[in-house]
Design a protein around this ligand. Structure first.
Ligand SMILES: CC(C)(COP(=O)(O)OP(=O)(O)OC[C@H]1O[C@@H](n2cnc3c(N)ncnc32)[C@H](O)[C@@H]1OP(=O)(O)O)[C@@H](O)C(=O)NCCC(=O)NCCS
Length: 273
């Protein structure tokens, strides 16, 4: 690798350079989407001649789990070991935790070399919303949702403490909840992301509730350009197609973990977000 490349901590002043890289690989992130991720993560940038030529973030979820995000290397510098070096840096930050990430097809070879195993597939749907009619009247927007209740459901679904992420998503978007006898049994978060509206996570314990939440959220803006990413094993089959966002934009990503998949939990995350 080029000797003059420096790997240093990712600071807010690197956001413009990071944005240039994500635009180079056609990712939809805006600067504020990067800022949200950086706010809840730590990471490194590779600097060459004063320019950001590589990025890697890790989000630590409690003491058990870490996810790796935003792994990008400048096109001209790919294939020289920089991606591996950035990954090594953030994996050492995450030391002792189970590591998870959602990989692109391009990233998969690097991650499998680092010991990650494919545990599932995530399918992304996006498109303009059609007309949404049937509604479950148990769903409502909640301007001040019970944060502890949301975090407890999320933790039951994902097996990690994501309270910082959940707080950041609530701050950036709005929360739809579904209640039974006054208790929140599921929720979905809708937010702006990369010039579209993204739904996720969608946390609840069965597919019908997930469909109710998604339908409610879709119905709130019939003109919006929406995206949602379903883990394949829990994809609310046909729902997105029925609402006009069936066209699969980017075929898929790989959900990979450094340890084997855990047993299915009762509460699940139906939409990655
Ligand atoms: C994925 C990415 C970060 C890899 O960065 P890179 O600097 O090219 O990767 P490296 O040169 O460090 O390669 C690391 C290892 O993966 C292997 N590898 C990388 N790309 C590969 C490919 N397409 N096919 C086979 N092996 C590959 C290399 O051979 C190397 O193995 P080695 O260490 O045993 O020699 C880079 O291609 C990239 O930025 N892609 C676009 C953005 C993206 O999709 N990021 C992944 C998001 S999940």
């Amino acid at each position: 690798m080029t000797a003059e490349i420096e790997i240093i901590p990712f600071m807010p002043e690197h956001l413009d350079g990071a944005l240039r890289l994500s635009e180079q690989v056609n990712w939809p992130h805006r600067k504020e989407d990067w800022a949200l991720m950086l706010d809840i993560s730590e990471g490194v940038v590779a600097i060459n001649d004063g320019q950001v030529v590589g990025t890697a973030l890790t989000t630590l979820f409690g003491s058990d789990v870490a996810t790796s995000n935003m792994i990008i290397v400048e096109q001209e510098m790919q294939g020289r070991g920089l991606g591996r070096q950035l990954m090594d840096e953030i994996l050492s930050t995450a030391m002792g935790r189970e590591s998870r990430l959602v990989a692109t097809d391009i990233g998969l070879p690097l991650y499998t070399k680092l010991g990650f195993e494919v545990t599932g597939r995530v399918t992304q749907h996006q498109g303009n919303m059609g007309i949404v009619s049937t509604m479950d009247d148990r769903c409502e927007w909640d301007d001040a949702p019970d944060f502890d209740a949301l975090c407890a459901l999320d933790r039951a679904a994902c097996g990690m403490d994501r309270h910082r992420l959940i707080q950041a998503l609530i701050d950036a978007g709005k929360v739809a909840v579904i209640r039974e006898r006054g208790t929140i049994i599921g929720f979905a978060i809708l937010r702006d992301f990369g010039g579209r509206q993204v739904v996720g996570p969608v946390i609840c314990d069965d597919i019908e509730t997930a469909k109710s939440l998604l339908t409610f959220v879709f119905a709130s803006r019939t003109e919006g350009f929406y995206a949602c990413r379903y883990p394949r094993r829990v994809r609310p089959l046909s729902l997105a197609d029925r609402h006009g966002i069936g066209a699969c934009w980017k075929t898929c990503a790989h959900d990979v973990e450094s340890t084997p998949d855990e047993p299915r939990r009762v509460c699940q995350n139906f939409c990655v977000g």
